[in-house]
Ligand binder design. Sequence first.
Ligand SMILES: [Zn+2]
Length: 469
Amino acid sequence: MNKSPCDILIHNGQVITMDAARTIHSPGAVAVTGSRILSVGPDAELRQRYKAVKTLDAEGAVVHPGFIDAHNHIVHTTSRGVFDNIFDIDALPVKFADLKAGVTPEDEAAATAMAAVEMLRCGFTMFIEPGSLFDTRAAAEAVERVGMRALFAAPYLWDRRETFDAMPALESDSLMARVPIDRDRAISQLDAELHRNRDPKALVRGYVAIYGVGTASPELMQAAHACARDNNVPLQLHASYAPGEGDIYRAINGISQLVHLRELGVLDENTVVVHANLLDDEEEVAVEQSGCQIVWCPITYFSLGIVRSASFRMAQRHRRGVRVSLGVDGAFDCTPAELMLAAHHAARAGDDPLHPSALLEMQTVNGAAAAGLQSELGSLEPGKRADIVVRSLRAAGTYPAVNPVHLLALTMGSGSVDTVLVNGETVLCQGRSTRVDELEVSRAVTASVAARARRLGIKSGPGRTVLER
Ligand SMILES: [Zn+2]
């Protein structure tokens, strides 16, 4: 029998496809041609059917679709070790919002390159940036240099400030000077990143995001919703993030935030609500009836103490068919690799456990849906983009290899990623970037953070050390 050609054949893996039937082929194989998946199936069948330019033996390890981080303020990763607790305003030399506002394009490029390399090493092939980059051109170049995917939106679109009383760490004069609270600015910038979508092959694409958490007027929310709908991209916004936010919103508007969004026609299948930590009963109904999606940030859920403030409802929402995806928010004290583990423990603590397969759905197919790219990404199926992660059995957390779904969701972490393909290209090989010098990237971001700290007057001291250079 004549074999069909393909570019890459990944074989001898425990292939977790995340297709509609949640098929696992073990041993399984994936054939890739160009930027797309040609075929997925049993190992023997694909080896008989395809003659590959290059073969990759997974040695019995897990092969899975690239994870998608549905909410990652990518530059916040560089706040690690600079602030112990961003909300402890009295103990900090400057506010977190000042640190956010104090970046140069070079800082953003350095931070994005390093965080993107880290994400590949954690098995992620895409992240959604929630509109907190000031120079998206520099950051997009960094993402493309590393070779992963991202979704970008215009920075900090807002036109109201009252709810910041519940989140004082997130506003400052320097931030508001850089991205003024202004309706005309916000509305005029809604589509600022959508030009990227003209190139169907672009790794960095655009979508519409407003900051949310009550900082948008009805006019801004409706303009954002219309812009997203007209351009066939999702609308994302933060909502129900911190205790107190909902009370202020209700006091001003006389209605709960998500119920208001529903009344305004802004909450539907195309809308992605980030956090949804403290919804009241009416808001729960609005979420279920509207078909909107939720991005859950479980590590933020812990760090804000939501576990003490509200009953745990994320597992129930998932069971009722609400599409829930996962986001790291700011990777201050973690990497994105710990997201599913944090969600698992939050659910256990909330007395409503989430099965590891549900966690994988949140990190793959539901993440793709949050990006509006479910037909292109999120699972290993013929025709989809070849964003594929091959783990290694030679790493902690990978044995016994009898239940790959459990291990992949909870124990494999960041140390077991061997090879990553994005768009059919090998961008990580034997755990190392094929595109950039990782030491150079690491040194550049360290120098950038130290220089930013110096500019802002953040000094080393007890309990806080910023590298002096
Ligand atoms: Zn956020």
